[in-house]
Design a protein around this ligand. Structure first.
Ligand code: IMP
Length: 435
């Protein structure tokens, strides 16, 4: 039962789409297990660029069934727009399956998210404003609406009515417009009619595929350092991007996971507020941002850029139990004279080697750097680790030493072919298990 989890090891935007794309050939099911339309990835098909927010990137392959798992929060308007966009490009969207249990992002969730950020002023999280936090909040509070409710008018009306009582009170207190029940019910029913053919019990889709011996890829959104439990709370998202989230949000048990591929970039980026010890506010940072096109896919916000930080890497590898790593965007560091790598922090005059669970401590962390000689030549055409400039090889080896996990794929450019594959192949097809 080959199931692979793909998980971001940093603050998201590590290029997980490229990893999925690389492994797509041998995969029959790709499952998104958390997050919502706060995520975004850009996929290139032929000479067309497709931006996806909800559908896993596998949707572009005719042999792959794309699953939006129960752990995802779905804005139906975004999903419908995405399905229409894909259909217009000739993509068969009937293979997009959406969990009946996935929660629905309603317009009042979006209004609450934005109203709350305004209220927080200088303390704001810097959310994507897509209603993610309030929707997961309602799910935990058992006031949420699930995708299946969109097809059941009496339940839908009752649940929206119940939710609106306190939502409108809060919105009014924030000075935001309140919502009427009827237009919301009409809207939600229209969404339900449009999306009904895609609704499914996705846990059984995953389980049946595994039983047939097919390869299932579980794709996380965001990254470990934005995890609700493991990131720098409250500057996190409201779900669990860590590998464990693939179990709860994808309908799979821990022992069914075959391997956990961590994805990281050769430097760090972060969108939104929160501590970022290695942040670069100088020309070097601006250069990396420019060469790496570090702008948010969803919001277009410039990403904050910093040197690679091995302190959270060691933590991420521990909580995700990674079996392999893909290192992306190594080419973006070409041309930098000295590359710095954070190996520890100094907090209140003491050296700290482990990721602090206290957000307050993290905000006082001063990075302790190890300096690496850079390399000047472009590396886009390199296809073997041995052919990398020696300085680049030393940098990759140092990252691997900190992670204590093999870096099996190194990306040296945006194209699928611009990838260095090491002897170890992270996924392999196994013989089918008889039903
Ligand atoms: P939310 O997920 O919109 O609630 O935002 C919470 C935090 O997660 C903010 O700092 C966002 O910038 C960040 N965030 C959410 N989605 C992404 C993503 O796909 N990439 C990077 N940061 C993200």
């Amino acid at each position: 039962m080959p199931a692979s989890v793909i998980v971001g090891l940093q603050w998201g935007d590590e290029g997980k789409g490229k990893t999925t794309d690389f492994l797509a050939e041998q995969t029959t099911l790709v499952v998104r297990y958390q997050g919502g339309d706060n995520a975004g990835h850009t996929v290139v098909v032929g000479d067309e660029t497709v931006k996806l927010q909800l559908c896993p990137s596998g949707v572009l392959y005719p042999h792959i069934t794309s699953v939006i798992g129960n752990g995802v929060v779905v804005n139906p308007a975004t999903l419908i727009r995405e399905l229409d966009m894909l259909a217009a490009k000739g993509v068969d969207t009937t293979r997009v399956r959406v969990s009946r249990s996935a929660h629905v992002i309603m317009p009042y969730h979006v209004a609450l998210d934005r109203g709350n950020e305004t209220r927080l002023a200088d303390e704001k999280v810097g959310t994507t404003g897509r209603g993610i936090g309030p929707t997961y909040g309602d799910r935990a509070w058992r006031l949420g609406l699930r995708m299946e409710d969109l097809t059941d008018e009496p339940i839908l009306r009752a649940r929206i009515g119940r939710a609106l009582v306190d939502k409108n009170l809060i919105l009014a207190a924030m000075g935001e417009p309140v919502f009427e029940i009827e237009p919301l019910v009409e809207q939600a029913l229209a969404w339900g009619r449009r999306l009904a053919p895609h609704l499914d019990d996705t846990t059984w889709l995953v389980q049946d595929a595994l039983r047939r011996g097919e390869h299932v890829l579980l794709e996380g959104a965001q990254g470990t350092l934005l995890d609700l439990d493991h990131g720098s709370y409250p500057f996190v998202t409201s779900s669990n991007p860590v590998a464990g989230g693939a179990c709860t949000g994808g309908g799979i048990g821990p022992l069914q996971v075959d391997e956990v591929i961590g994805v990281m970039k050769a430097y760090s980026t972060r969108v939104g507020a929160g501590p970022f010890p290695t942040e670069l506010l100088d020309e070097t940072g601006r250069g990396i941002a420019e060469r790496g096109h570090e702008f948010g896919t969803v919001t277009g916000r410039p990403r904050r850029v910093g040197w690679f930080d091995t302190v959270p890497l060691r933590y991420a590898v521990a909580v995700n139990s990674n079996s392999a790593i893909m290192l992306n965007k190594l080419d973006i560091l070409s041309g930098i004279e000295t590359i710095r790598m954070c190996v520890a922090y100094e907090i209140d005059g003491r050296r700290v080697d482990t990721w602090p669970s206290s957000g307050a401590a993290l905000s006082r962390a001063i990075p302790v750097y190890e300096d690496f000689e850079g390399w000047q030549a472009p590396i886009h055409d390199v296809r073997a680790l041995a052919d990398l400039p020696e300085a680049a090889r030393r940098y990759v080896t140092a990252l691997e030493d900190h992670a204590k996990v093999p870096i099996v794929l190194v990306s040296v450019g945006p194209e699928r072919t611009q990838t260095i594959e090491r002897a170890f192949r992270p996924t392999r097809r196994r013989p089918a298990v008889p039903a």
